[in-house]
Write a protein that binds this ligand. Structure first.
Ligand code: ATP
Length: 219
């Protein structure tokens, strides 16, 4: 199987970062922007970078979009350009479109147009920060639907097995993996360790209703 290919249109902070991360993670990226400087800035860190105004149907039709599994439209601040680009891409047969939006009106418009994934980075980050602000030990959190989430927790205070068991067992948190302070990756395990030390990290599957209990778990 060949490399997965995606295209990113709009190389602001969001688009450029997404393009570079995807390329660094093994995806072949075409980066597109109407601004020459933005294209030159990213040229060395993606597969290909081209200057094009994607509100122009001629520019859209000059590219074979069928080669891309996903096209990301990351034109946030100009809703008209974002919308025209999406419409032209849909007319060119692009099926999987992601779109970065700046506000709820932009989001509603993109949903109405049938865009598969509508991304509102500021709002999503603010929600995430709001959820975790009480939990300074929570490094990362991934929501799994409405009821569950996976959290990466940094251990601050030494805890022995009985302390871990009482916190996890009582509070409906399931241990998934442990990374010791000296290790570079997590080891999958559901078995409780004899001890957790400051600097160790754990991955835990939790019920959202039990989220507040992390406060007591960590203190
Ligand atoms: P950021 O991602 O930096 O948070 P943003 O989403 O508001 O901000 P913009 O400032 O809108 O990003 O920049 C998006 C990029 O889209 C800019 O580099 C701009 O040149 C590019 N862009 C705007 N219109 C078009 C277009 N018609 N075709 C191609 N690129 C475009």
């Amino acid at each position: 199987m060949g490399k997965q290919r995606i295209a990113v249109i709009g190389l602001g902070r969001f688009g450029a970062t997404l393009a570079q991360e995807a390329q660094a993670n093994g995806v072949e990226v075409l980066a597109v922007d109407s601004n020459e400087t933005k294209v030159n800035d990213i040229a060395d860190s993606v597969g290909e970078a081209i200057i094009a105004d994607c509100t122009d149907p001629k520019a859209i039709n000059a590219i074979d979009w069928q080669q891309f599994s996903t096209v990301v439209v990351a034109i946030g601040s100009d809703i008209k350009n974002s919308m025209m680009t999406v419409i032209h891409l849909q007319e060119a047969g692009v099926r999987t479109l992601w779109c970065k939006v700046q506000d709820k009106y932009h989001a509603a418009l993109m949903s109405r147009l049938g865009v598969q994934k509508v991304i509102s980075p500021e709002e999503e980050m603010a929600r995430r920060a709001g959820r975790t602000i009480h939990f300074p030990d929570m490094m990362q959190q991934m929501l799994l639907g409405a009821d569950q989430f996976v959290a990466e927790i940094q251990i601050i205070n030494r805890m022995d097995r009985s302390a871990i068991a009482s916190k996890l067992g009582r509070k409906h948190h399931q241990l998934l993996a442990i990374k010791r302070k000296t290790e570079s990756s997590f080891t999958q395990t559901t078995a409780l360790p004899d001890c957790l030390y400051p600097g160790d990290r754990i991955l835990v599957l939790s019920q959202s209703s039990a989220e507040a209990s992390w406060l007591s778990f960590m203190s």
